[in-house]
Design a protein around this ligand. Sequence first.
Ligand code: BV8
Length: 238
Amino acid sequence: MLQINPNTKVVILTGAGISAESGIKTFRASGGLWENHAIEDVATPNAWMRDPNLVWNFYQGRRKQLLEVKPNPAHNALVDLENHLGNNFLLITQNVDDLHHRAGSKNVIHMHGELRLLRCEVCMNVFEMMDEEHLLGNYVACKLCENNRLRPHIVWFHETPLQLSEIYQKVENCDIFVTIGTSGHVYPAAGLISLAKSCGAKCIGVNLDTPSNYDEHDYFYQGKAGEILPDLVKKWIN
Ligand code: BV8
């Protein structure tokens, strides 16, 4: 059994599977369709140029779902681990939901953006949204630069993920790299485990199915994150 003391540098990468037990559908489970839309129709810059209302409503629907879900024991277990490790803990998530934040995780990088945030394409300022008026509106104008339409602060396919240089630096210098609830399909997120391994980290996986990058893991726990993580974290920190 791996021991994690407060000086161990741990980096976590989560995917849609960690939010599954909270009731948020994963991407794989919906047969590659997102709420019955093909990726190209709702999660690319072209989709936004071609049909901004379709894209806007797709994200509004997912934002509204945030009001009906809450963090599950897997999210909470990561907060316990962070409390044990302090600054030696970093949580990188591919998820755009706010469940890590609501569970109490602090040191979090949302590498694919966040549903609760909007960005102006002209002045690039980022704005919080989540109140009723925002959720009902179908056009939110930038208050800082002549009413340009704000876009979801989401990294779409063909766009560059956020804070990559910080992510690479932390992954290159961690002792333990843990993937949780991710199928390992989408790059560069799915390539982080190879980077960690090449830099000497021990790699652990927790997933319902075997992910595409299964062979990169030194330890793998198959099953539901909400059932596995609480005990695993308890063993690690005691
Ligand atoms: C980039 C935000 C350049 C959107 C997301 C051809 C053309 C163009 C691009 C490409 C191409 N080929 C490859 C690419 C690159 C592309 C890519 O990887 N495509 C894939 C489809 C092949 N990537 C990009 O375009 C990225 N940008 O490459 O820019 C670049 C590269 C390097 C450096 C600089 C620049 C941008 C990708 C980001 C796209 N945005 N999200 C939104 O949410 O609306 S991606 C989105 O899909 C998620 O964020 C996540 O990353 C991915 C889904 O993956 P998972 O989270 O793993 O979810 P999934 O459903 O797949 O799996 C869930 C797992 O959980 C399953 O394995 C299941 O078994 C498990 N599970 C289920 N329940 C549980 C569970 N596990 C535990 N417990 C449970 N209860």
